[in-house]
Ligand binder design. Sequence first.
Ligand code: PXP
Length: 249
Amino acid sequence: MILLGVNIDHCATLRQARYRQAGLTTGGNVEPDPVTFALLCERAGADCITVHLREDQRHIQERDVWRLRESCGTRLNLEMACTPAMTEFALRLKPDSVCLVPESREEITTEGGLDVVKNRKKVQRVTDAMNAARINTSLFIDADEHQIALSAKIGAPWIELHTGAYANAYHGPHRVSELKQLSRGATQAHELGLIVNAGHGINYVNIAEVRAIPHLHELNIGHSIVSRALFSGIEEAVREMKARMNAGQ
Ligand code: PXP
């Protein structure tokens, strides 16, 4: 069984589109509430709730994360940049896992994998701090052999393979080669003893191919599930994705 982490950031995106100025994250007419959304995801079978607390707090707010920490019954996975402020926050919050991602203010969403080779010292520092606090660290990286090898050396127990390039190539000529690259990366990581997760751009169609990548432990999926929820409701959206992830199991 491949596990499902639901990234609920875009529930907060919808709230912030209207209530950014309100200064409130819930209550009164402030809606939708990402915590209620998360609990419905869990009720429908989500194995983990993922949020990305960005430096500019453009969607998920700090208060959301604290409320999730108190309310989630599964696991809370905090995506974060490799900064001292976020490290300090994570050590106070104690999520079940952190996923270290690159972050620049301009990008609309996370656009490329974390460059572990270029940022080795920073990544090592945060991973060491999380390991000492018994918080699992996942490194969100491209399926590149150098990035994977160094991730294992740094001592992060998990990686999350960036599936965005594959998702973008889905309707073009590089789809098969991108998928093969992900499979090679997953095999290398597994042989190095890493737990292999994957995420970004996974949807109800490409999941039929993504699920065939070997050694997958968990997929983190956000935009597609939140989009589907507008039509079917979030519980049906989660159930449908889980069924497609594990079809025939
Ligand atoms: N995993 C990571 C590390 C991400 O940054 C994101 C996007 O925020 C996702 C998974 C989910 O991507 P999507 O919203 O495209 O499903």
